[in-house]
Design a protein around this ligand. Structure first.
Ligand SMILES: Cc1ncc(C[n+]2csc(CCOP(=O)(O)OP(=O)(O)O)c2C)c(N)n1
Length: 309
């Protein structure tokens, strides 16, 4: 789990730099600071399980086993990318390993997840679907429709709310009266659990229980992970809506540093191993950048290929 969090951080940090240099077209929403949620949850999943992701989805895709090279090439708009360079950051999918798609539509994954879970149930498999979404997305109608149908049909789905305190520039307290999104589970008669989303072990344990329930046929759970995004809503956002002190406070609670400290204390990891994991992740990212930059752009004639109506 430590390695996965470090890989995500290294990928995202480099993507931020490349975006600033104009090498990545389109919009980019970084996940830095939230790594423990994707990793703690996805570490409980099998390749055959499903996830649905969001506009801030790089961490989810890497944690579920997504190919870093295909992701980077997609961000660069190149042919070797997941969508042949035509989708970009918000449209990464790899159905073979259960990544049903990142989604630029806020709340777009909630009903898709219910559908995937219904399909698993009808086919009689033990596949679980995990749906990632934000505090802002929990105000969408799809949240209520998705949770309602999942609860009445007892579907094998875990709804994971990544509460990073903001919907674009709007603090959570200004867009919802509840402090804990997990409280909304009560309206659907399903368990609602809130955990420290920066504590990868806490997330892992809570997700293990929720995923176990779903796999055993005991229905959905709403799991809320309280976390924070260090970067702006999108790359280039001046973040005038929050204070430097608030950001610094959350940086002190860095999920990677916290877990590193814990592993060192337990003597499960040495400082040398931690450094080698860090340099290994950086080398992997550089390799992905090199492959992406060397891959050709799709030709204009390909613009109308792979379209479904
Ligand atoms: C249906 C829809 N409404 C509005 C938007 C514009 N929009 C993009 S991101 C966002 C905020 C999302 O906040 P949250 O769900 O908390 O996720 P976070 O960005 O915090 O990860 C909004 C309103 C959109 N993309 N889709």
């Amino acid at each position: 789990m430590f390695r996965q969090m470090v890989r995500i951080r290294a990928f995202e940090t480099r993507v931020g730099e490349l975006f600033a240099q104009g090498k990545i077209p389109g919009f980019v929403h970084l996940y830095i600071g939230e790594e423990a949620t994707a990793v703690g949850v996805c570490s409980n999943l099998k390749p055959s399980d499903y996830i649905t992701s969001t506009h801030r989805g790089h961490g989810h895709c890497l944690a579920k086993g997504g190919d870093m090279k295909a992701m980077m090439a997609e961000l660069f708009g190149r042919k070797s990318g997941y969508c042949k360079g035509k989708g970009g950051s918000m449209h990464i999918a790899d159905v073979d390993i259960g990544i049903l798609g990142a989604n630029g539509i806020v709340g777009g994954g909630l009903t898709v997840a219910a559908g995937a879970a219904l399909s698993a149930k009808m086919r009689g498999t033990d596949q679980v679907t995990v749906c990632f979404f934000g505090d802002g997305a929990s105000n969408q109608t799809t949240f209520h429709e998705g949770l309602n149908i999942a609860s009445i049909w007892n579907l094998p789905v875990v709804y994971v709310c990544e509460n990073n305190l903001y919907g674009i520039s709007m603090h959570q307290s200004r867009h919802q009266k509840v402090a804990d999104v997990a409280d909304r589970a009560g309206a659907y008669g399903i368990p609602g659990v809130t955990v420290d989303g920066n504590d990868v072990m806490a997330v892992y344990e809570a997700a293990k229980e929720a995923i176990g329930r779903a796999r055993a046929g005991d229905g959905p759970t709403l799991l809320e992970c309280k976390t924070y995004r260090w970067k702006g809503h999108f790359e280039g956002d001046p973040t005038l809506y929050r204070s430097v002190e608030e950001l610094e406070e959350w940086k002190r609670r860095c999920p990677i540093l916290a877990f590193n400290g814990r592993l060192l204390e337990m003597e499960a990891l040495s400082p040398e191993e931690a450094a080698s994991i860090q340099s290994g992740a950086e080398a992997e990212v550089e390799d992905a950048v090199k492959c992406a930059a060397e891959s050709p752009f799709p030709s204009p004639e390909e613009a109308l290929e792979d379209l479904f109506a």
